[in-house]
Design a binder for this molecule. Structure first.
Ligand SMILES: Cc1cc2nc3c(=O)[nH]c(=O)nc-3n(C[C@H](O)[C@H](O)[C@H](O)COP(=O)(O)O)c2cc1C
Length: 210
């Protein structure tokens, strides 16, 4: 490792406190990439089915098996997904794959809380086994989750931590021999870049650890 100062990049340093919310959002979402997309399905108090994509979505722990979603507000009010997760204490995360990209995008529309978003996007629905939530019946991989923690993010939204109670997998999906790793090329996950930009799975590189 050399420390040749001529190799150092003269970075443009952007102070976050001197940048507006839009600029911060654009920097963050174009640098933390690609992000997986959790397509969250819930049921409203009145039984209405809801489905919406969230790319502030991450795996946080295997035991217990935890995932997180960051759900912002809409004009100061909770989005339908968040209200439903709070009411029911349950949700499913449908993993967005290539075949479902267009339908996923449709479900990002801001629809009234009483409009069925499965019907709106023409998607088949089924009911989870371990939690009170619907899921996208033709989605190859689904996480059935119960609400584990709801962390208030200074009034701008919530970090929802979900405990995965069951994983649903299409039996046609292969696994890497001798493991539970699901074959990525079979899954065909979609990643979100910025705004309306997405990425499909590229070349896979295997690097053994030193
Ligand atoms: C690919 C994609 C990812 C998104 N990720 C998020 C996110 O992480 N957090 C968020 O609050 N909104 C996110 N949105 C916007 C929500 O999907 C949108 O506000 C949706 O209408 C919320 O629906 P709901 O009111 O039914 O919950 C995303 C939209 C798209 C298209």
């Amino acid at each position: 490792m050399t420390h040749d100062p001529s190799e150092a990049i003269r970075h443009r340093v952007i102070s976050t406190s001197g940048t507006d919310g839009r600029g911060r959002y654009q920097l963050l979402t174009s640098l933390v990439v690609p992000r997986p997309i959790g397509w969250v399905s819930t049921r409203g108090k009145d039984g209405t089915l809801n489905l919406a994509p969230f790319s502030f979505f991450s795996a946080i722990s295997a035991s217990p098996m935890l995932i997180s979603l960051s759900i912002g507000t809409r004009q100061g009010a909770a989005k339908d997904s968040l209200s439903n997760i709070r009411d029911q204490g349950a949700f499913c995360v449908n993993v967005v794959t290539e075949g479902q990209l267009a339908a996923m995008n449709q479900t990002a529309a801001s629809l009234p809380a009483d409009q069925d978003e499965f019907a709106f996007a023409g998607l088949p629905v089924a009911v989870a086994e371990t939690v009170e939530a619907p899921y996208v019946a033709n989605c190859p991989a689904v996480l059935e989750c119960r609400l584990f923690k709801d962390v208030n993010l200074d009034g701008t939204g919530s970090l929802i931590i979900g405990e995965v109670m069951a994983v649903r997998l299409d039996p046609a999906l292969g696994t890497i021999e001798g493991s539970e790793y699901v074959d990525s090329e079979g899954l065909k996950p979609v990643g979100r870049l910025w705004g309306s930009a997405y990425t499909l799975l590229g070349e896979i590189k295997i690097l053994e650890r030193p």
